[in-house]
Design a protein around this ligand. Structure first.
Ligand code: HEC
Length: 136
């Protein structure tokens, strides 16, 4: 499983193309530059994406879709704008949300869980079913 995941990420990384649709007002772009400097304490932790996938299914999938394809007002999280955002930037988005536009804050989740979700978000790719499946 781990080997498959790693192979998938490498393969998908090669498919990433420049020129993703950039929405100036999207939360990822509203995050202050200093947020991107905060590093993910779970970087390299092999369990983190799996734990993050499980949390994603519980906390996020209802709005953003099971595989992150988006739905309703919730944007796709498979876009490179999100998966290639700095971990600290995504962490900022989870803490602050975008309350007036329908994205809740997840400040109530313990920080390690938010970092697990961030780790998972960075594995998402367009036109793919979820790279990491929560094992339930
Ligand atoms: C109640 C619905 C809802 C839930 C639940 C939700 N989101 Fe969102 N999310 C949104 C909406 C709506 C936006 C767009 C906000 C905006 O454009 O300002 C958004 C935006 C985002 C963005 C920014 C995307 C970008 O392009 O800048 C990220 C990242 C994100 N959500 C991740 C998550 C994660 C991870 C979870 C679970 C922990 C989650 N969301 C749960 C509705 C939701």
């Amino acid at each position: 499983m781990r080997v498959t995941l790693r192979a998938f990420i490498v393969a998908a990384g090669g498919l990433m193309v420049a020129g993703s649709s950039v929405r100036a007002e999207s939360p990822v772009h509203r995050a202050p530059a200093r947020a991107s400097k905060i590093t993910n304490p779970l970087d390299g932790n092999e369990q983190a994406p799996l734990a993050g996938a499980k949390l994603y299914a519980r906390e996020c999938a209802a709005c953003h879709g099971a595989a992150g394809a988006g739905g309703g007002k919730a944007p796709a999280l498979t876009q490179t704008e999100v998966s290639s955002a700095a971990p600290g930037t995504l962490f900022w988005v989870l803490r602050n949300g975008s309350l007036y536009r329908g994205m809740p804050s997840f400040a109530h989740l313990p920080e390690p869980q938010r970092w697990q979700i961030v780790t998972y978000l960075r594995t998402l790719r367009p036109n793919a079913t979820a790279a990491v499946k929560p094992n339930r």
